[in-house]
Design a protein around this ligand. Structure first.
Ligand code: PGA
Length: 258
């Protein structure tokens, strides 16, 4: 496979900065002990904003190959936007990734596809990789409309993005009914939507862009189910929530093919 798999751990609002240091050190140790090959799989942690400086310090201090990113970004560059964090601030802290449009942000902060797309473009302009999230709720799934629902989100988020920007981006398909519920989509469910996303990218852009963009699955990924999910043709990695909070478990997920 030409696309390098990406395993990203979304910590959500968990771990203070001291716990963050322990978790990153633990993950690094687990992967080092397992002779992990970072050139074959990218590993990233996505901590809360308040942990990023501490994560940067341990990663750079110990020359770790673990990458890191943020869970959100402001569309504004600077100014009177109380509580917001700019893309420049994140890139100066060495962030490689920014998650945009996670379902929890869409739900609790009313983020629209257009806003998610704007955040993705802001992250790209600052030299970071957006992880653009999409996914359907239970009602949509029960109605069998998951593919059209997700493709509409993708159309909205990618609107105005160049092919080059899309090639550099990551798209994460996370069915909301499978997030934090223990209810994992079957590998075939994941493939159905991830494959449809890639076809849509080829329609909106071209085959080369569709081949390049990485599509992740997220939703109750664990060491016990990651292998079958990763075996799907259009799944290039995982966005992992709960299971990324334990170093040994997340290291096992990163070593899905071991
Ligand atoms: P989960 O979360 O792995 O705990 O289901 C995934 C996510 O929301 O990114």
């Amino acid at each position: 496979m030409a696309r390098t798999p990406l395993m990203a751990g979304n910590w959500k609002m968990n771990m203070d900065h001291l716990e963050a240091i322990h978790l990153v050190q633990g993950l690094h140790q687990e992967l080092t002990d397992a002779n992990f090959d970072y050139s074959k799989t990218e590993v990233a942690v996505i901590p809360p904003f308040t942990d990023i400086r501490s994560v940067q310090t341990v990663v750079e201090g110990d020359d770790m190959k673990i990458k890191y990113g943020a869970q959100d970004v402001s569309t504004k560059e600077s100014g009177a936007y109380t509580g917001e964090i700019s893309a420049t601030m994140l890139s100066k802290l060495g962030c490689s990734f920014v998650v945009v449009g996670h379902s929890e942000r869409r739900e609790y902060h009313g983020e629209s596809d257009a806003l998610v797309g704007e955040k993705a473009r802001v992250a790209l302009a600052a030299g970071m990789t957006p992880i653009i999230c999409c996914g359907e709720g239970l009602e949509v799934r029960k109605a069998g409309e998951q593919v059209s629902h997700v493709l509409a989100q993708i159309d909205g988020a990618l609107d105005g993005m160049s092919a080059d920007d899309v090639k550099k981006s990551v798209i994460a398909y996370e069915p909301i009914w499978a997030i934090g519920t223990g209810e994992v989509a079957t590998p075939e469910d994941a493939q159905e939507v991830c494959g449809a996303i890639r076809v849509r990218v080829s329609e909106l852009y071209d085959a080369e862009t569709a081949e390049a963009v990485r599509v992740l699955y997220g939703g109750s990924v664990k060491s016990g189910n990651v292998r079958d999910i990763m075996a799907q043709a259009d799944v290039d990695g995982a966005l992992v929530g709960g299971a990324s909070l334990k170093a040994d478990e997340f290291a096992k997920i990163a070593r899905f093919d071991a």
